[in-house]
Structure formats: C-alpha cells, structure tokens
Design a protein around this ligand. Structure first.
Ligand code: SAH
Length: 463
C-alpha cells in the first residue's frame, strides 16, 4: 500500500493554496466543504475562486510565493501552472514537515486526492495512487450509481439514534444485527423515499419491538422489467440483494433471478396460460405469511407490477393484514418491446395516444371496446394477445380499421431471443401461424409500426 488512507478533520485548520486558477478553485472548494480556514496566494485570481469567496471567507494574498509562506499551515496545495513555483512550494512544505499536494505531479506530493462520492457524513474515496486516474473515476461512477443520494440522510438518522439503540440493546452482536436490519430494511427505504419522519417513527417502533422481541418482515413488490436483466431499476436490484425470500412467476428470467441474494429462498408461483401453479388468493396469502414470519420478501413480477400484473390485489391483502410493503415500478412490456423493436408508441405523424389492452380470452371471447380501438391516429398495444390474434384483427376490421393497418408481433422483447413479425390486420395472423412463435409476445397495432423498418436497431439472436 503506497498511500495510507485517512480522513483528516480540517474544520478551522489553516490550509494554504498556491494558485488561483480553475484547478485551484476545485481544491479550494473541497477544502471549503471540509470547513478549512483557507489562505490563497496568487498573483492573479480567476473568477471561480472569487465565486467561492462569496460563500466562504478566503484570505487572498496577491503576491508571488516565497518559501516562508508555508509557515504555520497544516496542509499546502500547489495548483499553479509554473513548474518552478510548484517545486518550490513542495520543497518548502516538506522541509517543515507540512503535508503537501502538487496538482498532477504525484512525485512532488506527500498526499494525494482520491476520487470521492460525497454523501456526507458518508464519504467514499477511491484512488489508484496515480497509476490510472481514469480507472479510479470509473469506479467512483459505479459507486455513485449504487449509493443512493439519500445515504447521507440515513447516516444522520443512525447517528441520532445511536445512543438510544446502545442503551436499549446492550449486547454488541445483537446491536449490529439490529442496525443491519434498520439500514437495509423498511426504515432505510423510507429515508430513500424522502419520508424521514415516518422513518424515525418506524425506527423508534422497531426499537420498542426489539425490546418486546417481535420481528416483522416486509414485502417488496418489484417490477423485473420485460426481460433484459440490465433494464431493472437500481432500487429493484438493491432490494433483491437483501431478500430472504423471492417469490417469482414465469415471466422472470433465470438471469434476473440470479441477481437476487445468493442464499435467498426462491419460490416459483407460476402463472402460465392454463397452468397456474398457485391461485392468486394463495399467492396473496403466501406473501403475507412469509412477512409475518419475519422475512424480507421480494415479490418479483415481469414488466411493471401495476400493468396487467395483479399487483394491486397482492398489496391489498398486505394492507389488510397490516404488513409493511413498497412497490417498485418496472419497465412494462409495451415500453420495452416498442423501444427494442424501433416502434415508437407515439409519434407526431402517426399516433397522439396509446392504449394498453389485454387480449386474454374469456370463455373464448375478447371483451373490448372495439369502436374505441379502431379509431385512427393512435397505437393499440395488446398484452396476452397471441391466442386471440386472429379474433382481434377481425374485430378491428369489423369496427372500421383499414384492412391494411400495420401490426407487429414482438416475441420475447428486449431479450436475445427477440423477434419482430410485421404485417397488416389481414396478413399477420397467417404470417404468425406459419412460424414457431414463443411466448411471451406483445402486439402493437397502428401506423407507427411502419417505422420499424427504418428504426429497427436491436438485433436479437433470433432476428
Ligand atoms: N406486468 C407485465 C405484463 C404481464 S401480462 C408488464 O408490465 O409487462 C403478460 C403479458 O405481457 C404477456 O402475455 C405478453 O403479452 C407481455 N409481455 C411481457 N414480457 C414480454 C416480453 N419480453 N416480450 C413480449 N411480450 C411480453
């Protein structure tokens, strides 16, 4: 380890910055955020530094640097474009055992600046020790994306409750488990959702519960998106990685399931056409029972849970039984398939509205408002429409749609098995019947479908 990582308290400490250009301004800004007492020495002061001075009191000395200037400072930064001055600053500081950084000259530095993710009071710092700054920055970007912006507020909440938790739970190992649950569970989620007041109340309640030795679980109803695993939301991924149990149905691909916590229990509850592994009421109750047993339950559904996903019914049961839950939206099949097939759902020249309907047959019939669906200048998206495809096309024509209205069928949209079959209301049913089409499939109807030929950008293996 070439550099020793520490976090230094600079509140009220005298720090010197030599130079007052743009790069100096960035360092001055960092020092100001840490509450340092900053002196700037420079012959010429640029606007960004003057801007900082408006919010943070800087002592600016308009002069050339001389070695004695470093006297009395805890930390010195040299950010001039003059190599000679930079060397002089470094030498003067080192002679007096003062920590010094010369921007972009690792050889002259006794300390370096890491790339940081600032979620104060949480700060993550990454460095490559000057070997590959871009790599450090890439890693920082990754951290930026996985540490929610409100992590700092979560840390503040934890700080506030630390003494109370310590008083209530004397045993350190138990305390650690308590905090792990708080910081990864419903309380944390409330903070992330901006509901800090409720988070405090819950934390207090959990603490009281802990005393009473009651342990409640919760349910996360998560939209897994249309198929491609990287179309999951960050929130979905975070919650999946905390799950004790994952309850999933057939639209959720093995690749997505693999992203759930390794040792979580996986329960398949089916729902293929004609083959319901568990009835909906039983699924609703299963979720409630698992949560009551203290588990963090992820209910994983294809697409979005509130679009033909019966998510409403599942949370209704949870609500009735007083179980904590949240709903995480996902990219619905219409949106995913349309994007990946290069068929915009709305378009100024084609469609000013878009309707999502289910083509599911009930008693061999489809009950839809055909007059509304046959209207021009709109896009109609049919979920679960493969079996009823021919009936749908016939009904639209019977209600006034042009016989040659473009229509597309998207198979396994967004996955490597995606296939798009296009035709008209007259031709598509036989085109589809002639091929071996694999579920799930989505139907898109309207003149937007003509854009597919031009905008088709995604090449699945099957196309
Ligand atoms: N909640 C889901 C829809 C569930 S209904 C969502 O928001 O997407 C199941 C239907 O969704 C399927 O019959 C099919 O019409 C459609 N569907 C889901 N994923 C799909 C995919 N990757 N490609 C094509 N259609 C899909």
């Amino acid at each position: 380890m070439e550099y020793f990582p520490i976090f230094v308290k600079l509140q009220g400490q005298a720090c010197l910055v030599v130079g007052a250009g743009e790069i100096a301004a960035r360092k001055i800004d960092l020092l100001a955020r840490a509450g340092a007492d900053i002196t700037v020495i420079a012959k010429e002061v640029k606007v960004p530094v003057l801007k900082i001075q408006h919010q943070h009191r800087l002592s600016i000395l308009h002069k050339a640097f001389v070695p004695d200037d470093v006297q009395g400072f805890k930390l010195v930064i040299s950010a001039t474009d003059n190599d000679e001055t930079n060397c002089l600053v470094a030498d003067s500081a080192k002679q007096r055992d003062i920590l010094v950084n010369v921007v972009d000259s690792p050889a002259l530095c006794s300390f370096i600046f890491p790339a940081i993710v600032d979620r104060s009071p949480i700060i993550a710092a990454v460095t490559s020790g000057g070997a590959a700054p871009v790599l450090a920055r890439l890693l920082r970007a990754k951290l930026e994306s996985i540490i929610p912006p409100s992590y700092g507020r979560l840390a503040q909440l934890a700080e506030k409750f630390r003494p109370a938790v310590k008083n209530t739970i004397a045993e350190p190992a138990q305390r650690r488990i308590f905090w792990e649950n708080i910081l990864q569970g419903a309380v944390a989620e409330l903070v992330f959702a901006g509901n800090e007041q409720q988070a405090e109340q819950q934390l207090q309640a959990k603490l009281a519960q802990h005393q009473a030795n009651v342990n409640n679980g919760e349910v996360y109803l998560i939209g897994a998106g249309p198929g491609a695993p990287d179309l999951l939301t960050f929130r979905a991924l975070r919650l999946m990685q905390q799950a004790d149990v994952v309850v999933y149905d057939h639209l959720v691909s093995p690749e997505i399931l693999d992203l759930a916590r390794r040792d979580s229990e996986k329960i398949y509850v089916g729902k293929q056409r004609q083959n319901h592994t568990l009835a909906q009421e039983n699924i609703n109750q299963l979720l409630a029972d698992l949560a009551k047993a203290g588990k963090r339950v992820v209910r994983l559904k294809g697409g979005d849970p509130f679009i033909f996903g019966r998510g409403g019914e599942e949370i209704e049961t949870l609500m009735q039984q007083g179980i904590a839950f949240q709903v995480v939206p996902g990219i619905t099949a219409a949106s995913g398939c349309a994007s990946y097939a290069g068929i915009p759902l709305t378009h100024r020249d084609h469609a000013q509205s878009c309707i999502f309907v289910t083509g599911h047959l009930k008693n061999d019939d489809i009950n839809l408002n055909w007059t509304q669906l046959a209207a021009p200048n709109q896009t109609v998206v049919v979920y679960m429409g493969l079996v009823g495809l021919e009936k749908i096309c016939q009904a639209l024509i019977a209600h006034g749609s042009p016989k040659d209205l473009p229509i597309a069928l998207v198979q396994q949209g967004t996955t490597t098995h995606q296939r798009v079959i296009t035709g008209t209301l007259t031709t598509l049913p036989s085109l589809v019947a002639a091929q071996e089409v694999k579920a799930p499939t989505l139907i898109i109807i309207g003149t937007v479908v003509t854009l597919h030929e031009k905008l088709n950008w995604f090449q699945g293996e099957a196309s």
